[in-house]
Design a protein around this ligand. Sequence first.
Ligand SMILES: [Ca+2]
Length: 169
Amino acid sequence: MKHLLSLLAIGSLLWACSSPTSGSSSTTTLKSTKAITAFSILGTAGTINEGAKTIAVSLPAGTNPAGLVATFTTTGASVKVGSTVQVSGSTANSFSSPVIYVVVAEDGSTASYTVTVSIPVAQCSDGIKDGAETDIDCGGTCAKCGTGRSCNSAADCASGVCTSGQCGP
Ligand SMILES: [Ca+2]
């Protein structure tokens, strides 16, 4: 009987050693942080809404939304757009429509930020007569108007001739 007990004792000792209580690797807990804490494009800082997970960037009129490089800082392990790992200050994306930045934490959990870039259409190419234009997108401070288009003075016309409010040939 004594022999059996010692066998049991040895057995439980062996069990203790091989058991996953050796998960003392929990001292290296993987971080779950996955925030984007700063975001800018062409030196313009974006407005980060951490609650809504949105980032809004307003760029100057006329900026080409294609191939823009974002500079960002994150508390996550990596950042992806689609399957492409994003390198701050290096990876270019087209922002003609909102772009989803997925931040991956060390523990594999993720957070998705929707980045929206707004670029006002330049007044001289917005397809409407506004500002100082004398006709749609021409005259005033925009390009000079062609023949037959409305003008206030000769300076509004490519031909330098403004007759009865119309640019001459
Ligand atoms: Ca216009």
